[in-house]
Design a protein around this ligand. Structure first.
Ligand code: HEM
Length: 362
């Protein structure tokens, strides 16, 4: 493996007038949010609206890491409490039996020390906001604006139309997968039916990794999860993903290996293009820790109030040492704050940013 690229502020290329593009993205998503507010009688997230797991656990940083991996919150072996929210991607509460989309895993690490990004000064949390799939379906914010306008146009459409599109996309995606290809676009409605605890979750966009630049992946790593992956999965009811996740955690734990992919070549592993897959033969994912989620009640009413409603998982909730990088990341840092704060304001829910895991109800 070549030496990792050293971080410098010049790694990012700030686009001319990109703030205008970010504001247009926010306006398009807010429009979708208005439709869903009327439909559900309350504000839901304008992306990843439907949660299927609200969990607590630990992030255990590995001992004996090589110097290039001992960075930021992974600088020394220690155990951090975490809150995790699992969700499907659309900003709507869709029937899991009819529409299958990629899924998200948002992780809030608590008790983090060190200089924070300006908007997160005084806080002690680091959020990693991840999705299934190693790349994002848009290279940059301008492209995303075009795509999001089409997705928002679909929000008012009846669920039956999305169910038909989902079935077709799943078939086409399965055909691509069978020959070793996949498409992040087809995956939007055509994600294979599988248990949410059997997949990897990825940062998709690059972020600063202390002295270096990296992407992050979380990989299921426990015999129980491998058994689950080997079994066929069909959502058994409208909230089938939640039924599956809560059922699993009533008796069993889940564990994931936390891995970092260092950027070793800025041409092949760009930070401004989030749809380029970084070649793993040049820089493989290296384990830096474990995410351990013990058996628990994974979607209790108390957690719904404290985590689903009151919390914001946001890429800008970050140590300066882990600043998200690239056009998509810059758009996200603004969009989550604006839309996540509007969601909570509209619902009359005071925002909460935890300082201790004791604030999270069992
Ligand atoms: C320009 C691109 C993107 C924009 C504008 C965007 C915007 C948003 C917004 C507004 C929310 C809801 C915030 C709230 O109300 O709490 C959200 C949630 C979320 N997004 Fe994105 N997103 C983008 C790209 C991505 C990418 C690349 C990923 C993953 C790799 C991702 C993963 C998630 C997840 C997991 C959530 C749910 C967080 C939670 O559980 O609260 N998003 N996104």
């Amino acid at each position: 493996m070549r030496d990792p690229v050293r971080y410098s502020d010049s790694i990012e290329t700030i686009g001319e007038n990109e703030d205008e593009t970010f504001d247009k993205i926010i306006a398009a998503m807010a429009k979708g949010g208005k439709v869903t507010r009327e439909r559900y009688g309350r504000s839901v997230r304008t992306s990843h609206a439907k949660g299927h797991g609200l969990l607590t656990g630990e992030l255990i940083v590995a001992d004996g890491l090589p110097p290039e991996l001992r960075q930021g919150l992974f600088a020394r072996p220690r155990t951090y409490p975490v809150v995790v929210r699992l969700a499907h991607v659309p900003g709507e509460l869709l029937d899991d039996r009819k529409v299958s989309t990629p899924r998200g895993m948002a992780i809030k690490v608590i008790g983090v020390e060190g200089p924070m990004l300006p908007a997160h000064q005084g806080q002690v949390t680091q959020d990693f906001v991840l999705d299934t799939g190693k790349v994002f379906n848009a290279p940059d914010a301008g492209f995303f604006l075009g795509a999001i306008s089409a997705t928002e146009a679909a929000t008012p459409m009846p669920e039956g139309v999305k169910a038909a599109v989902s079935a077709m996309s799943r078939a086409a995606n399965a055909a691509l997968n069978a020959v070793g290809l996949n498409s992040a676009n087809l995956d939007f409605y055509g994600h294979p039916f599988n248990h949410p605890l059997t997949e990897g979750y990825f940062s998709q966009v690059a972020f600063r990794y202390g002295d270096y630049v990296a992407k992050l992946g979380i990989f299921p790593d426990l015999a129980g999860l491998r058994d689950l992956a080997a079994q066929p999965f069909e959502p058994e009811d409208e909230n089938g993903l939640r039924t599956a996740v809560t059922g699993y955690f009533r008796t069993k734990p889940a564990e994931f290996s936390v891995r970092i992919q260092l950027c070793t070549d800025l041409d092949k592993m760009p930070v401004e293009n989030a749809s380029t897959e970084w070649p793993e033969d040049e820089s493989p994912y290296a384990t830096v820790g474990r995410l351990v989620l013990p058996p628990q009640e994974a979607f209790s009413p108390a957690r719904q109030a404290a985590v689903e409603e009151a919390m914001l998982f946001c890429p800008a909730h970050s140590l300066a040492a882990h600043r998200p990088l690239g056009s998509i990341a810059r758009a996200r840092m603004k969009a989550y704050e604006v839309l996540g704060n509007a969601r909570r304001r509209e619902n009359g829910t005071p925002p909460v940013e935890p300082r201790s895991v004791d604030e999270i109800p069992a």
